[in-house]
Design a protein around this ligand. Structure first.
Ligand code: KIV
Length: 271
């Protein structure tokens, strides 16, 4: 019998230890093998196979159209690449709301077919039955509150959430419900920094923010946004670490002119 562990180095347990000792958690998205390898080697703690793949990979305006089969394809590509980071795959819209048995079946498919470590889903009280059923099967869940893009048609805007007291109090209640149910972590998207800090200080599980300020336990961004591959999306919370849109455009144009001018391939680039 082999004693070698098949678990990745970052586990849900390690994340909880990181919170306890005040070590911030770094999380980014990936949808494919090549990007996931680079992220993992760079020391990222958590890789999210986000349903933002609907926007970034497929060009849809919202995350609503992406399917479970699509997410499994992306999840499997990422999980195959990753040795260290925890891999979390989003349950897409329509696969867990309303019917907890279907929710469990969706989560089981993700775990078996992708070999990821956990799933993420959006919402609190409304999806609690699904959360409990998935957790009862031993599948770790990362919650997601605040701006929940799968509900975009309900709200009609991507503006900052929970600015009013009633919405903020519901968010705090939902955060407690998710923690009490047994979720291992929580994403808070686009909410006031004070609220993000309050939730992170009251909860025991790690709280990872995207536009939720600096008082939370970690940060997540969409990799294509922080790399500047997408350049039409500039919310205040986004820090761009590169301008790959320009770098790639220049490289592609250079290639086009080399091919058209007969410059590529050179003598050294042929057999
Ligand atoms: O799908 C996604 O990329 C996400 C992040 C924005 C947290 O859910």
């Amino acid at each position: 019998m082999s004693t070698e562990s098949t678990l990745r180095a970052v586990t849900t347990y390690r994340l909880s230890e990181m919170k306890q000792r005040g070590e911030k958690i770094a999380m980014l998205t990936s949808y494919d093998y090549s990007m996931a390898r680079i992220l993992d080697a760079a020391g990222i703690d958590v890789i999210l196979v986000g349903d933002s793949a609907a926007n970034v990979m497929a060009g849809f305006e919202t995350t609503v159209p992406i399917t479970l089969d699509n997410m499994i394809y992306h999840g499997r590509s990422v999980a195959r690449a990753v040795k260290r980071a925890l891999v979390v795959v989003d349950l897409p819209f329509g696969t867990y709301q309303g019917n907890s048995k279907e929710a469990l079946a969706s989560a089981v498919r993700i775990m078996k077919e992708t070999e990821a470590d956990a799933v993420k889903l959006e919402g609190g009280e409304e999806v609690m039955e699904s959360v409990q059923r998935i957790l009862s099967a031993g599948i770790p869940i990362m919650g997601h509150l605040g701006l929940t893009p799968q509900s975009i048609h309900k709200y009609g805007t991507y503006s900052v959430r929970a600015k009013e007291e009633a919405e903020a109090e519901k968010l705090v209640r939902d955060a407690y419900l998710l923690e009490e149910a047994g979720c291992f972590a929580l994403v808070l998207e686009k909410i006031p920094a004070v609220l993000g800090a309050r939730v992170a200080s009251e909860l025991h599980i790690p709280v990872i923010g995207i536009g939720a300020g600096n008082g939370v336990d970690g940060q997540v961004l969409v990799a294509h946004d922080m790399l500047g591959i997408t350049n039409e999306f500039s919310p205040r919370f986004l820090r761009r670490y590169a301008d790959l849109h320009s770098v790639m455009t220049e490289a592609f144009s250079h290639y086009v002119s080399d091919v058209k001018g007969g410059d590529f391939p050179s003598d050294k680039e042929q057999y």
